[in-house]
Design a protein around this ligand. Structure first.
Ligand code: ADP
Ligand code: TRP
Length: 334
């Protein structure tokens, strides 16, 4: 039986961070052995918010290098750059006729970005979810590993695919957001305000390129409080976030110890020492990030190799994309 098709993309708009890793890349790496995977750098999408392209090429290389450093194997998966696959743009055009202005204007990311860049509310920003649907549907992907912030875009991609099928015949399979374990992930920023992000909240976001001392400093500054007032309390989200990070980079014993300390704490009997917890987390995080940072930095020096990987990916992506486009054209244009 043919393997299910998986697709996901990351915008080259800054340094990759732990949110990208846990929301997206960690799943990519696990999925590469099980599925027919396509992962790409969404450089067209970046233009909707980052029109200055002076550093774009380097940012594309960095995303590719960081993905490989995290464990993606460009021989196993198709790793490519969006702008190398013009078939996506044609599918975007067709899908644009199936997307309504009202629903696009209501999209959370459009409203957020319009607030952030009131001087540049461009049509690309409005139709961002349509381009994202084209990215997915061009390979007829069904599983899309993404973080929680992308849930709405995935619902929209399904809606556009359903409308397409309703109007032109059953051509496009419906895609779903995916995360191992079911729940989509959101890694909060270390100050507890919003999510870790490439461009906002940089002092409270852990980047895969951060030096050891920077990692330590950021974690030691992470928001905590005086401790729980009752045993077995529900953890506030910024505390839960530290446990989530610990769950990923520390040993099961370490996590268990601090979890037990938290659960046994109450006001007047605070057993959990957040300072110790952060110190431990910082050291484990340094050990986790260091090899990724080093490997990604080495790869970024080797532009020839990166270009070869990108070309190889483009060829493979275009085979799949043109096959879909042929079916799409026939369904629409006859
Ligand atoms: P950013 O929002 O930092 O610019 P992207 O929009 O390029 O990053 O997101 C790339 C992938 O990383 C998407 O699948 C997105 O859902 C995921 N992601 C981004 N930030 C987080 C976060 N803080 N927690 C979990 N997943 C995230
Ligand atoms: N919009 C996604 C983000 O900001 C990036 C992206 C573009 C994407 N096209 C995609 C993700 C297709 C999954 C599938 O994170």
């Amino acid at each position: 039986m043919a393997k299910e098709v998986v697709l996901s993309g990351i915008r080259p708009t800054g340094f990759l961070h732990l949110g990208n890793y846990f929301g997206a890349m960690r799943n990519y790496v696990r999925m590469q052995d099980e599925f027919d995977c396509y992962f790409f750098v969404a450089n067209w999408h970046a233009l909707t918010t980052h029109p200055d392209t002076q550093t774009l090429k380097a940012a594309v290389h960095r995303v590719i290098a960081e993905n490989i450093a995290c464990g993606l194997d460009p021989e196993k998966v198709c790793l490519y750059v969006q702008s190398d696959v013009p078939e996506i743009a044609e599918l975007y055009l067709y899908l644009n006729t199936l997307a309504y202005k009202g629903e696009l204007e209501k999209t959370t990311t459009f409203k957020d970005k319009s607030r952030q860049q009131p001087e540049n509310i461009n049509a690309g920003l409005l139709t961002y979810p349509v381009l994202q649907a084209a990215d997915i549907l061009i390979h007829r992907a069904v599983k899309v590993p993404v973080g929680k912030d992308q849930e709405q875009h995935l619902e929209m991609a399904r809606t556009f695919a359903e409308r397409f099928n309703h109007r032109y015949g059953d051509v496009l399979p419906l895609p779903y957001a995916f995360n191992y374990g079911g729940e989509l992930t959101k890694i909060l920023s270390l100050d507890g305000i919003g999510k870790m992000s490439k461009s906002e909240n940089q002092l409270a976001t852990l980047y895969l390129a951060d030096e050891d001392d920077v990692i330590r400093k950021k974690i030691m500054k992470a928001k905590t409080d005086a401790g729980p007032s009752e045993p077995n309390s529900v953890k506030p989200d910024y505390i839960q976030n530290l446990f989530t990070l610990m769950n990923i980079v520390s040993t099961a014993d370490t996590l268990e110890k601090f979890n037990a300390d938290f659960n046994n704490s109450s006001s007047g009997n605070c057993i959990i020492r957040y300072g110790d917890m952060k110190k431990q987390l910082a050291e484990d995080m340094v050990q986790f990030i260091k090899p990724i940072r080093t490997k990604a930095a080495d790869l970024q020096q080797n532009k020839e190799l990166l270009e070869k990987i990108i070309q190889h990916g483009a060829q493979k992506a275009r085979v799949s994309a043109s096959a879909t486009l042929q079916i799409v054209r026939k369904a629409i244009l006859g």
